[in-house]
Design a protein around this ligand. Sequence first.
Ligand SMILES: Cc1ncc(COP(=O)(O)O)c(C=O)c1O
Length: 367
Amino acid sequence: MKNSDINIRPLSHFYNMPLYESGESVIRGKENVVKLSANENMNGPCNEVLNQFAYYSKNIFEYPDSNHFALRRKIGEIHDIDPNRLICGAGSDEIIQLLCRCFCEKNDEVIYTEHGFLMYKLSALAAGAKPIEVKERNRTASVENICAAITAKTKMIFLANPNNPTGTMISETEVEELLRKIPDNILLVLDGAYSEYVDSCDGGISLVNKYGNLFVTRTFSKIFGLGGLRVGWGYGAREITDVLNSVRSPFNVSSLGLKMAELSIADVNFVNEQRELNRVNREALRNKLLGLGLKIDQSFANFLLLRFLSEEQANTIDLFLKKKGFILRKVGSYGLPKCLRLSIGNEEICEKLYLTLAEYFKKNERV
Ligand SMILES: Cc1ncc(COP(=O)(O)O)c(C=O)c1O
């Protein structure tokens, strides 16, 4: 059958849905590549996960607990929050999508920041709502600009803190300032996918009790090293999580995902260790790259955003690095065509990457 023979049409707001472009993960003709394109924790998950995975895999013939009871209880215990106000999802992506699907409709406006995580725009579009992009200041969210973009149609604001792909963040005081300034019928979704990488940061959890229109999302894909298992969670008013929980599919998170996430979040030492390791490697690499003349903002997450002179230079360097076996993330779709984002690897990987970039700048124009 030819495509033109198909007379089935999706809903009109899906006609021009852009695709989510994920970071590349292979280089054709090359083995043993170093993938620095998806902000994963290359050290992998904690030992308890590695030790128990095979044991729990024996039970995969059973459906998972659709109530996510054990994981919600463990998250509640670790963060000292009410498990009845939690929802677990197939990654925080699913929770972002559910929020738009459950609370936004046609003509509603969904605000996100200029270089904010792409799923906000895509999820708003998929709900038929209108995504509104708000300018940042020096690649950092601006409370003033967000407030200025609010209209009677605004339904939701997404803010990743730290943000991907910039790595920048605003302080808890500024987050609270935003909450004080916005009407209470607008939901602020604070995306804490990288909160665990920030010292003494609860990703806005403590503000949820004070502000009923704050919803916090988190993931097991980053510091916990469980990206392949797809587990995330959200926390907010019971009225919000109840709706999300009733709309999600009943078995949205796999049994292994639930169990491994439960083991991971219990290992507080692992998280502290990974945060410190990441900080040391990130700062050392950033300082060396600054020494090469590169422009890089202070990052609070497990990646750096490198800024080059031009899009052409960014593309040339991306190709050069690919030839050397490194996959970085192009971020043109985030409005940053002159930049490349790289995940922080271990000390050896960081050193190799630095030496490779140093080799490039020895032979080529400087930034
Ligand atoms: C800011 C931000 N939020 C959410 C996610 C989604 O993560 P996941 O669906 O794996 O939980 C990502 C993934 O890269 C992200 O960068």
